[in-house]
Each structure stands twice: as structure tokens, then as C-alpha cells.
Design a protein around this ligand. Structure first.
Ligand SMILES: Cc1cc2nc3c(=O)[nH]c(=O)nc-3n(C[C@H](O)[C@H](O)[C@H](O)COP(=O)(O)O)c2cc1C
Length: 335
């Protein structure tokens, strides 16, 4: 209701300004949000109060944790964060496509850097994952150093970390998804995680976030690298470089990653293929175009144990979180 009133005002602003304004009001919306029913799941060794999470990119700097948690999410994936601060691409870099319930973004991993990010993180009862990436000017041969730095600095305060090798807006980043590069990266980070587990006496789960634009062979390669390395989960998927379904709309010519409704089926197909290639010990976190409980259920039926959303929040407002959790809890009882 509150969002129905605020939306025309927000949509009159340029998208990035509106985004920042909306986040400032998330806490207020949380005060009015009905607490969603419990719908507990245990995934990657963690106990989630419900399976509906916030996708990476909405709270890039860990500035709104409590406000976002109050909306009823079962977990939050914060970031993407990089070791050193970087500005990302010049504005405009966020484009709303309301006709398609979609967004194109080319933020380019703008980040305050991991030190400032850690300073923003407060102890929270919410399950916190952090999406980590490499700096734009770090060559791929040195990428593992960047992921290790982020993991190390975040380790005491987070529940899981997602290695983002799939943002389309950092040149060369997605090359890290090739079998050879991924094996090198994941084995280094995994080894570091074992040392940190020893040092801190607690486990932080490791996930890998992949693109929706990989062919079957590349997906199978990723599944086998993840399995061999003992990755805990795969976040499928990031935004797509495809413009299928929005070719007729003027914004389709903007470069960047497309999210929202046009991504939904593509992401679900990736989840289904991964699920067939992986044992249940590797969790799948399904993301891409979820805008209802039925969409979330579609991802879970394809093999996801947890889901995340971002773009639909922009169009539907924060009440959507509770709506999806309630819908999933209701169908879980019937099943
Ligand atoms: C503006 C924007 C920024 C994003 N930033 C990141 C990011 O930093 N790291 C990442 O892994 N994914 C990022 N994503 C991708 C989302 O986490 C998600 O995978 C994608 O948007 C698909 O979900 P959706 O259709 O529910 O939005 C971003 C998405 C958007 C729209």
C-alpha cells in the first residue's frame, strides 16, 4: 500500500537516485510489514528462517541490513564488494524497463572496498551472505588474491560468501568461469577457507555465482569443478547479456545485464540442468525473474533449495517478500 503511493514519485526520479531513496525508506516499510510465517530450511549447513533471500546488488555497501531484514527476508546477500574501492561505470548505468518488468544495469561493481564494507557490517541475527568480486584493474591471473582478501576480511562476520564470476559489466570477469580458471580460483579460495575455519573456529559456506548465458558443456564443466572442489552452493543466475523478449523496446540497446521477468525461464533452465548434474550435497540458490510465490516455486521445483530476488522488488515493492514467503509456506503444507 505504502509502496503503491511512493512508486510514482520514485519512478519520476532517475533510476539510480530512486534506488537510493527507496533504500532509505526500507526500514519504514519494515515497520508496516507483517512478520511472514516460519518456513525453515537447512541449506549449506545453515538454518534459514525461510528460503526467500535478497539478491546481490541491492545493498552493495552493507548500509541497510536491519531495514532489509525487517521486510521478512530469510537471508540477505550483500555486496558485490571488491578489495579496494572502485567507482564503477559512469552514470547513467541503471535503466528501468517497466513494459517488461525488467532492468538493465551496467554498474560495473561499484564498491566502497572491503574495509569500509566490513566497518558497516553490524552483528545481525539475519543470515548474511556477501557477494565478492575482483577489482576491475586486477588481471584475471591475480583474481584469486582479490577473492582471498575479501574472504579473509569478511570471515568473522558472515555466514556465507559468494564468488561472483558472472557480472557482465567487468571486462573478462566471466572468463573466470572456464574450467581451468575456475579450478585454479576455487581451489585457492577453498584452501584459504579451510585455514580460516581453523583460525576462527567457525565455518563460512562458499558459493559460486554463475551467468545464465553458458552453454550445456560449460555448465557441466562448472558443475564438476564445484563438486570436486567441495563448493557448498551455486547461485544461478546473474543477469543476462541476451535481449530476448525485449528486442522491440528502445532500452534493449543499452549495454549491461538484463534482469527481471525476461530472465525467468532462462535462469530456471540453468537450475534444472545443474540439478541433474549435481548431487544434493551441492545446494542451488535460484535467482532470476522471481515476482511471485509461483515463480519461486518454479525455481524450487527445478532444484533450488533457496531463492533470491531483486528486480521484482522495484516494481512490486517490499510487500512482495512476505507475499512470497506466505505463498511458499502454504504450498509447503499442502505438499
Ligand atoms: C542494479 C543491479 C545490480 C546488481 N549487482 C550485482 C552484484 O553486485 N553482484 C552480483 O552477483 N549480482 C548483481 N546483480 C544481479 C542480481 O543479484 C540477480 O542475480 C539478477 O538481478 C537476477 O535476479 P532478478 O531478476 O530477481 O533481479 C545485480 C542486479 C541488478 C538489477
Amino acid at each position: 500500500m505504502l509502496y503503491a503511493l511512493a512508486r510514482p514519485l520514485l519512478f519520476a526520479l532517475d533510476p539510480e537516485t530512486a534506488h537510493n531513496a527507496a533504500l532509505k525508506f526500507a526500514g519504514l516499510a519494515g515497520l508496516f510489514a507483517a512478520k511472514p510465517p516460519a518456513c525453515p530450511v537447512r541449506v549449506m549447513g545453515l538454518d534459514f528462517p525461510n528460503p526467500v533471500g535478497l539478491a546481490a546488488g541491492l545493498d552493495k555497501h552493507a548500509e541497510h541490513v536491519e531495514a532489509l531484514a525487517s521486510l521478512g527476508f530469510g537471508f540477505l546477500e550483500l555486496g558485490g564488494v571488491t578489495p579496494r574501492p572502485q567507482p564503477g561505470n559512469p552514470r547513467p548505468r541503471l535503466f528501468r524497463i517497466p513494459e517488461a518488468q525488467a532492468i538493465i544495469n551496467r554498474y560495473g561493481l561499484n564498491s566502497i572496498g572491503v574495509d569500509a564494507f566490513v566497518a558497516n557490517l553490524r552483528k545481525s541475527k539475519t543470515i548474511i551472505g556477501v557477494n565478492i568480486g575482483k577489482n576491475k584493474d586486477t588481471p584475471n591471473e591475480k583474481a584469486a588474491d582479490d577473492y582471498e582478501i575479501c574472504l579473509e576480511k569478511l570471515y568473522p562476520q558472515v555466514d556465507y560468501v559468494t564468488l561472483n564470476v558472472s557480472s557482465p559489466n567487468t571486462v573478462g570477469l566471466r572468463d573466470l568461469q572456464s574450467a581451468e580458471a575456475l579450478t585454479a580460483l576455487v581451489s585457492r579460495v577453498k584452501k584459504r577457507r579451510e585455514q580460516l575455519r581453523e583460525q576462527h573456529g567457525r565455518n563460512v559456506a562458499l558459493a559460486l555465482k554463475i551467468a545464465p548465458d553458458l552453454d550445456e558443456a560449460a555448465l557441466l564443466d562448472i558443475a564438476s569443478v564445484a563438486l570436486r572442489a567441495g563448493i557448498d552452493g551455486i547461485v544461478a543466475t546473474n543477469t543476462t547479456v541476451s535481449r530476448e523478449g525485449i528486442e522491440h523496446l528502445p532500452a534493449s540497446s543499452e549495454s549491461g545485464g538484463l534482469s527481471g521477468a525476461p530472465l525467468r525461464k532462462r535462469a530456471t533452465a540453468v537450475i534444472a540442468k545443474l540439478r541433474r548434474a549435481l548431487p544434493a550435497s551441492v545446494a542451488i540458490i535460484g535467482v532470476g525473474g522471481i515476482a511471485s510465490a509461483a515463480d519461486a516455486r518454479e525455481k524450487m521445483d527445478a532444484g533450488a533449495s533457496l531463492v533470491q530476488l531483486y528486480t521484482a522488488l522495484v516494481y512490486r515493492g517490499p510487500g512482495l517478500v512476505g507475499e512470497i514467503v506466505r505463498g511458499l509456506a502454504a504450498t509447503a503444507q499442502v505438499r
